[in-house]
Write a protein that binds this ligand. Structure first.
Ligand SMILES: [Zn+2]
Length: 293
């Protein structure tokens, strides 16, 4: 399932490739055909992301915004017009600009919504570590207000989009491991400083994930990615990746995610899995024991 960093990366990509352009809008698959005619030929002003929600704003469309949520299986590929098309199913939504085409397939949501509806969606979301205003306005404290009152375990709370927006299953498993946190710690038993260190880590990790459209949690890869972002070369790398090649600059490696039965790279115990919060949690029972500090 695409996590928040994917959606933020997608918004940035749409802005770079189609922002400010008149776009031809269609629904080859048909289910968005009526609404597509309302947008067709308008200028794509900008795209924005909050948590796992994508919003695309067009000029002269009253107060309507295109709302997309990819859900579990959705994909939104942006490619150059000259690229070969894959033999995939007809897209729900196609945006065509001068040089690029964006195709949306299998989304959970693709709808035109008015501003009050958009506000309702935003109001239900917890702070997004990738949304600078949330970070600056004590996002850590806002999320903590919910976590510190909850009997639910931290591994479940991290997936609750009303507590924290954007974190999905891979990040939850990996950041809990990075901080040696027992995933079964009830929110109200978690130490505040431990939470703050976890939040700070998400604030540091997610922009790297968005920059490369790839989840990076292994420290050697995190350091390498931070260097490429710092010296400005990250953009050139990701601009060269389009369509289905997004997010393959770094080798796909994780501490715990989908490593059930393999040895922990920190303590040697075997990684375990259990369904928690509707998704499979992966953790190390040997070194993930912290609850308070
Ligand atoms: Zn371990």
């Amino acid at each position: 399932m695409p996590e928040g960093h994917t959606i933020h990366a997608l918004a940035a990509r749409l802005n770079r490739t189609l922002g400010g352009e008149q776009v031809d809008v269609s629904s080859p698959q048909g289910r968005f055909a009526a609404d597509a005619t309302l947008i067709d030929g308008r200028t794509l002003d900008h795209a924005s992301a909050r948590g796992k929600h994508l919003f695309i704003h067009f000029d002269d469309l009253a107060d309507l915004t295109l709302h997309v949520h990819l859900g579990l299986i959705g994909s939104f590929h942006v490619k150059q017009r000259s690229e070969e098309g894959t033999a995939a199913s007809p897209p729900r939504l196609r945006l065509e600009g001068r040089s690029h085409i964006a195709e949306l397939r299998g989304p959970m949501i693709c709808a035109l919504i008015d501003e009050p509806s958009r506000q309702t969606i935003l109001d239900k979301l917890g702070p997004d570590p990738l949304h600078a205003p949330d970070v600056l306005a004590d996002g850590a404290g806002r999320a903590w207000a919910r976590i510190s009152r909850s009997r639910k375990v931290i591994a479940e709370l991290l997936l609750d989009q009303s507590v924290l927006a954007g974190v999905g299953n891979v990040y939850r498993c990996e950041v809990l491991f990075r901080h040696r946190i027992d995933p079964f710690t009830p929110g109200r038993e978690l130490g505040r400083r431990l939470w703050d260190s976890l939040w700070d880590d998400l604030v540091a990790l997610l922009p790297l994930g968005a920059a490369f459209s790839q989840i990076l949690t292994m420290q050697d890869q995190v350091d390498a990615a931070a260097e490429l972002v710092g010296d400005g070369s990250a953009l050139a790398i990701t601009e060269g990746l389009t369509g289905e090649r997004l997010g393959d600059h770094f080798e796909r490696r994780f501490h715990t995610y989908q490593r059930t039965g393999e040895r922990c790279d920190r303590c040697g115990r075997r990684i375990r899995e259990q369904v928690l919060g509707g998704r499979t949690l992966y953790w190390c029972p040997g070194c993930q024991r912290r609850r308070k500090r």
